[in-house]
Design a protein around this ligand. Structure first.
Ligand SMILES: Cc1ncc(COP(=O)(O)O)c(C=O)c1O
Length: 289
């Protein structure tokens, strides 16, 4: 079951105008909210990021927080899976094709869900392969825009090489990956590129930083050079669906040194375990957290 502009229906029945600016220009924003045991994870944070994306592209938020919570709840209840990804998209609406944002449109609101399948224990144990490529996207990567052509092109370059992710560098510095944030470990310290217009402020990125802080795991939020990425002891990607996934090869070369080369490292394994604990704790709590 999906939601479109105030109505719930099977996805096959959902129709939008070909003049919807989401279709014509990619003029819209979105969120992907994981739900575990039918409870949305970090809903308030996802809705705050949605608000920031809407403000950045001058779309008035069509709903109050309580209404969003209700819509998300109804989508979760109306779909068969215990664990789901709730996808939520708002576009500017329908108008004659003209680039400048027209005023007074009624935004198109769409929600759907899919089964949430986290990376297998096997993949977390062996780690995954990534490529490193130039970040040729625009300069507002902080907006969770539906215009994802750059990200799709970059992810396809990774898929061409049988890799799960494309890790991106701009002017010699790590930004993020095509659909995840990136953390690097150097000599026991976790490094994370700071939030800026060059990366999406990941909800999982924030959870991981909280975990690092709460467990006194040495970390620094600072720019990371491409050379530091390539010589890292550990590399992980984080996202709502990937959680904390170790990357064990970059461009076919093993990540890490000595006996640990090409294998997931100890810091990532610890953070992965703490992330699972965190999720379980939040999901056991009576109210949404
Ligand atoms: C480009 C990009 N960076 C980072 C992320 C991670 O964000 P989150 O942790 O909120 O899923 C995503 C999520 O899909 C993304 O598309």
């Amino acid at each position: 079951m999906i939601h479109l502009n105030g109505e719930f229906m099977p996805i096959e029945e959902a129709k939008i105008s070909v003049l919807d600016r989401g279709f014509i220009f990619g003029d819209g924003v979105y969120e992907v909210i994981p739900a575990y045991s039918r409870k949305p994870f970090r809903l308030a944070e996802h809705l705050a990021r949605l608000q920031a994306s809407l403000e950045a592209i001058r779309i008035a938020n069509p709903h109050e927080t309580a209404k969003w919570a209700e819509l998300v709840g109804r989508i979760i209840a109306g779909n068969p899976w215990e664990d789901q990804n709730v996808y939520l998209q708002i576009t500017r609406g329908v108008a004659k094709r003209d680039h400048a944002f027209p005023k007074g449109l009624k935004p198109t609101v769409f929600l759907m869900a899919s089964e949430l399948i986290p990376p297998s224990a096997e993949l977390v144990k062996t780690g995954a392969a990534a490529i490193v490529v130039p970040d040729f996207r625009w300069l507002r990567c902080d907006i969770k825009s539906t215009s994802l052509l750059g990200n799709c092109m970059l992810r396809t370059l990774a898929a061409d090489e049988s890799c799960v992710e494309a890790i991106l560098v701009r002017e010699g510095e790590l930004t993020e990956a095509s659909a995840s944030n990136v953390f690097v470990v150097k000599r026991g310290t976790v490094l994370a590129p700071p939030k800026s217009h060059l990366i999406l402020p990941g909800i999982t990125y924030d959870v991981v930083l909280e975990i690092l802080r709460d467990n006194a795991i040495p970390h620094e939020v600072r720019s990371v050079k491409e050379s530091e990425l390539r010589s890292a002891d550990e590399v992980w990607v984080t996202s709502s669906s990937r959680e904390v996934l170790p990357i064990t090869t970059l461009d076919g070369r093993p990540v890490g040194h000595g006996q640990g080369a090409g294998k997931p490292g100890p810091v990532g394994a610890r953070v992965y375990a703490l992330y699972q604990e965190f999720k379980a704790r939040v999901m056991r709590a009576p109210a949404h957290a």
